[in-house]
Design a protein around this ligand. Structure first.
Ligand SMILES: [Zn+2]
Length: 147
């Protein structure tokens, strides 16, 4: 995927014909991934299925739900363009549909991050480019005592 610089110097992804449907969905607040018709694998962003190398995948909306697989906190600004944003957390999220996505965590204190915590996708728009973020997700609990 290509990138360009925002007006304030931050790297932004540039959609190409392969990734345009992903960004179109993201603009509407939906997470959409590629899916292979033979083995059902979800993946992104690739030109071929990682399972069978088929190239006849299609796009499918997914839940956006997952769990925090791993994370790291950047407190010093390893990318000079992002120094103004530190400290921030970069997460590897395992989606319910299987694939892992790397994105920034938002709406969460850095000391509250826990591996395995439930998260959900959210979107932040920078210069008309929708960027995937993940935030903590409330897990519905059954009422105690029930009906
Ligand atoms: Zn496949």
């Amino acid at each position: 995927m290509g990138t360009r610089m925002s007006e304030d110097g931050r790297p932004l992804p540039v959609p190409n014909p392969t990734t345009a449907p992903f960004f179109d969905a993201a603009r509407e607040g939906r997470l959409r991934l590629q899916r292979c018709p033979r083995d059902g694998l979800f993946f992104y962003p690739r030109s071929r299925c990682p399972g069978c190398l088929g190239d006849d995948w299609s796009w499918e909306d997914v839940s956006g739900r997952g769990s925090l697989h791993a994370f790291t906190v950047d407190r010093v600004g390893h990318d000079p363009a992002l120094t103004r944003d530190v400290p921030f957390a970069i997460a590897v999220v395992e989606l319910e549909e299987g694939p892992r996505m790397t994105a920034r965590m938002v709406d969460c204190g850095l000391d509250d991050l826990r591996v395995g915590m439930p998260v959900e996708a959210t979107f932040e728009t920078l210069e008309d480019v929708p960027l995937v973020r993940f935030r903590p997700r409330q897990v519905e609990r059954l009422p105690i005592g029930g009906a």
